[in-house]
Design a protein around this ligand. Structure first.
Ligand SMILES: Nc1ncnc2c1ncn2[C@@H]1O[C@H](COP(=O)(O)OP(=O)(O)O)[C@@H](O)[C@H]1O
Ligand SMILES: C[C@@](O)(CCOP(=O)(O)O)CC(=O)O
Length: 579
């Protein structure tokens, strides 16, 4: 039998109820809770976390090229960014399941025995189980997840989708664990891959409990460093974190062993990362409607990669010193709705839309070949400092050892100039100090050319997205502003607002970056420079800072969602999402 958790078990809340009904639904009263002392009154928060827990994080992402087209099977190029999402997971000894999403003002608890009962009443859950690593059946599990979570059928707000994805994964993990335990002779003490079962920090109480021994009473908290609902992969990172934490807790994947950063964080081997990716992609499809799987892949593996549905994600081995800026329009939107917009256009004008998608596909393919060409011509740094081409489905242990945090800004600026593409005598030309005739070395010219090319392709891709109907006036305003500097950004993610990214020439003086930032700030847009291509999902050896900081803040005023990585700006309350 597999232990229900390798993580610590927290103390039970003092006011424990033995009701077999759903216990507390804090979602609907989230804002009221905030004003009335909020999360501090949650049963979850009254628990001690002295015994430790399991901490997992996954990165956000930028789609460089190919969003929407990738939903229809075309190629996309995307990379992870250094804004991560963190989950903490404890097993609970009080027979309750807890979900805390402080950024969304969600605090929910359910009784584990309700899950148990439902499983007993659904024989299909015992028979309709994939015999491999593929994700649980959405068709089978989602109706059960809706019922158990208490989320209403017609609600599609951010909280509902996050809760639904959590429940889909939880039921799926429980179902798979029971199935594998039965196959293994119910209690042979090993995980399905033959590794030792997690020790649960020496606490065996749950193992001895006949009800909970094969079910998960978990307490899950998710904290974000990336702004939600603006195209930076918050849903992908969320699903990857929850999937990983639950699979790990159930012993369905072994503890990770591959170093992922200098702080002792670890990641999993390729087979288990692939399982995480697949389960996360299924969960994310509940949030995205029709999901391509791109977000889940990038948030799982990290790096910068080319992705085509149905094929293994292909890590781009050599990339130029890509420096990007991200601008948050602060227009939060719903990916499902944007995907639906494109679908409707496709229905109305299939021939035109197919051609637009093919054009986007050509852009992505050209980008992939530019990046390879850049390798041949020199003037590049290897992707994330890695030395191998990584096709995650076939990655080796050695490859993973190279999945270290990336510094993309370290290259000598003497090689890097950005042909801004601005008008002659425009702000950009004047400020960049680059003239068309500047050809001190052919290598430098090649490098300039690479950036000019990418800049131009960004403009084209953005126009195609506008043609698909996912533009937004605020995005247009940002594009117009940056064009004065010769920078041509594009929407990243589903569009309809959200975020905009652009390549920046690596030697752009900080004064210019400051000017751009100030201009954007006057219009109330946030701008920052994320690091591109860092590590994917990982298990942290210690409590991440984001939880320590939250503990500190806890005694003080309740924080609300932020739209910037540093949390310096407040965003609209999550409850305003009615899309
Ligand atoms: N801070 C958060 N906590 C929990 N879930 C979140 C958070 N941010 C986003 N999500 C989940 O991700 C969904 C947003 O996904 P999506 O519309 O695809 O935006 P994005 O482009 O950021 O991925 C939300 O509906 C919610 O389910
Ligand atoms: C529009 C799409 O291509 C990307 C959506 O990205 P995001 O949810 O906005 O981060 C959808 C998908 O690939 O599943």
């Amino acid at each position: 039998m597999v232990a229900p958790g390798r993580n610590g078990v927290e103390d039970s809340p003092s006011a424990s109820s033995s009701s077999s009904h759903m216990v507390t639904n804090h979602v609907s009263s989230s804002l009221a809770a905030s004003t009335a002392g909020g999360p501090t009154s949650s049963p979850l928060r009254s628990l001690s976390s002295a015994s430790g827990g399991l901490y997992v994080s996954a990165p956000g992402k930028i789609i460089l090229f190919g969003e929407h087209a990738v939903v229809y099977g075309r190629t996309a190029i995307a990379g992870s960014i250094d804004l991560r999402t963190y989950v903490s997971l404890f097993t609970s000894a009080d027979g309750r399941i807890y979900l805390s999403l402080p950024d969304l003002c969600v605090e929910k608890t359910w009784m584990l025995k309700d899950l148990l009962k439902t499983i007993a009443l659904n024989p299909d859950l015992s028979t309709d189980v994939p015999n491999d690593d593929s994700p649980p059946s959405l068709e089978l599990i989602v109706p059960i997840a809706r019922k158990l979570s208490g989320s209403s059928e017609d609600s599609s707000g951010v909280q509902h989708l996050a809760i639904l994805a959590f429940w889909y994964l939880l039921i799926g993990v429980v179902q798979r664990k029971r199935f594998r335990d039965q196959q293994n002779g119910d209690g042979d003490g090993t995980t399905t891959d033959g590794s030792d079962p997690p020790t649960n920090n020496g606490n065996t109480s749950q193992l001895e409990d006949p009800i909970t021994k094969d079910l998960l009473a978990v307490k899950v908290t998710v904290r974000f460093k990336l702004p939600p609902c603006v195209g930076l992969g918050s849903s992908g990172a969320f699903c990857v974190c929850i999937t990983t934490a639950l699979l790990q807790t159930a012993g369905l994947i072994p503890p990770p062993s591959i170093p992922a950063d200098e702080e002792g964080s670890l990641t999993w081997d390729d087979a288990h990362l692939d399982m995480i990716r697949k389960w996360s992609a299924a969960a994310e499809s509940l949030i995205h409607g029709r999901a391509s799987g791109l977000d889940a892949a990038v948030c799982t593996y990290g790096g910068v990669a080319s992705y085509k549905p149905g094929r293994p994600i292909e890590n781009l081995r050599n990339i130029p010193n890509l420096k990007v800026i991200l601008v948050n329009s602060k227009v939060e939107r719903n990916t499902t709705r944007m995907v639906q917009t494109v679908k409707e256009r496709m229905k109305r004008s299939p021939f035109i839309v197919e051609n637009i998608l093919n054009t986007i596909d050509s852009i992505s393919q050209e980008v992939a070949s530019i990046l390879q060409k850049a390798d041949e011509n020199g003037g590049v740094v290897e992707n994330g400092g890695r030395s191998a081409t990584l096709t995650p489905a076939f990655m080796t242990e050695m490859d993973h050892t190279n999945l270290q945090p990336v510094s993309v800004g370290g290259r000598s600026s003497s090689l890097s100039s950005y042909v801004a593409g601005g008008k002659r005598g425009s702000t950009a030309s004047a400020l960049s100090g680059i003239s068309g005739g500047d050809a001190r070395s052919s290598e430098r010219n090649e490098f300039n050319e690479t950036f000019a090319h990418l800049n131009d392709l960004c403009r084209m891709n953005n126009s195609m997205l506008v043609a698909l109907g996912v533009g937004h006036p605020k995005v247009d305003q940002i594009c117009t502003l940056l064009a004065r500097y010769g920078i041509h950004p594009k929407m990243t993610g589903a569009g309809g607002g959200g975020s905009v990214f652009a390549f920046l020439k690596p030697d752009t003086p900080s004064t210019i970056i400051g000017m751009i930032k100030d201009e954007l700030a006057k219009l109330e847009y946030d701008m920052w420079q994320p690091q591109l291509g860092g590590p994917g999902v990982m298990l942290h050896p210690n409590k991440p800072e984001v939880f320590i900081a939250a503990d500190r803040i806890h005694a003080g005023p309740v924080s609300s969602r932020s739209t910037t990585p540093a949390g310096s700006h407040q965003s609209t309350p999550a409850v305003r999402h009615k899309k």
